[in-house]
Design a protein around this ligand. Structure first.
Ligand code: ATP
Ligand code: ZN
Length: 213
């Protein structure tokens, strides 16, 4: 039996289309969007798993998948033992602090003693402690931007790309704490055969990227 490398991709979301497109441009064919959880490529020694992005770092750490594509924000927040193999240049976004538009802002020290809602408590906590700020972090999993209007927090820390979601919730971006893009991650236990397949994959990815620049 030939060895397959297992690659975890986001099933459906802001990483999916560009991830599928990348493999297509690499000439690696597989079925997706059929509702199946996995798919073996017809022309490359790879099996693809379709998962929620949040689960991907854990699966890669555990060796259930050998590789994965996730936002760097999710990889870092997960604190899983995975390595960044390559930066992919898509799904670019930033993690920023935002406050109600009507509030004034001088510096990050304005957050001392405040409540901040976020889905990224680790990234935010690290940033605040680097900056010497003491604030209360409220972890919520979705719709973070409504927290100030319902009185849950005075500020939020959330993913921004265009800023239109912030604007429509009466918020303004005041500080960027992390810049993210999609990354290819690997676990620490790739065997020799997997490493050889990974090298072939990276060679193709780099060729695709070079052709675009
Ligand atoms: P899932 O259902 O798989 O858990 P999700 O809703 O958590 O998905 P998405 O909104 O699809 O996640 O975002 C996936 C990743 O895409 C984010 O972690 C981030 O790295 C990136 N991302 C998020 N928002 C944007 C955006 N507006 N523009 C570009 N990239 C983004
Ligand atoms: Zn998610």
């Amino acid at each position: 039996m030939t060895t397959l490398i297992r690659i975890a991709l986001q099933k459906s979301g802001r990483l999916s289309e560009d991830s599928y497109q990348l493999f297509k441009e690499c000439g690696i064919r597989f079925d997706y969007g059929t509702g199946k959880l996995k798919s073996v490529s017809s022309n490359f020694p790879a099996e693809f798993l379709f998962l929620r992005d949040d689960d991907i770092p854990g699966y890669v750490e555990d060796g259930v998948a050998d590789l994965g594509i996730v936002g760097e924000n999710v990889a870092v927040e997960s604190a899983r033992n995975v390595q960044t193999v390559h930066r992919l240049g898509f799904s670019k976004c930033r993690l920023s602090i935002a406050i109600p538009r009507s509030e004034s802002w001088n510096s990050i020290a304005d957050l001392n003693g405040k409540n901040i809602a976020t889905s990224y408590p680790r990234l935010l906590g690290n940033y605040l402690s680097e900056q010497g700020v003491t604030a209360t972090i409220h972890e919520i999993s979705g719709s973070v931007e409504i927290a100030p209007s319902i009185g849950l927090a005075e500020a939020v820390c959330d993913i921004v790309s265009s800023g239109s979601t912030l604007l429509s919730n009466g918020l303004k971006e005041v500080e960027t704490i992390f810049r993210s893009e999609a990354i290819l991650i690997a676990g620490s236990r790739l065997n020799k055969e997997h490493q050889i397949i990974l090298e072939k994959l990276l060679f193709r990815i780099k060729a695709v990227q070079a052709a675009k620049n």
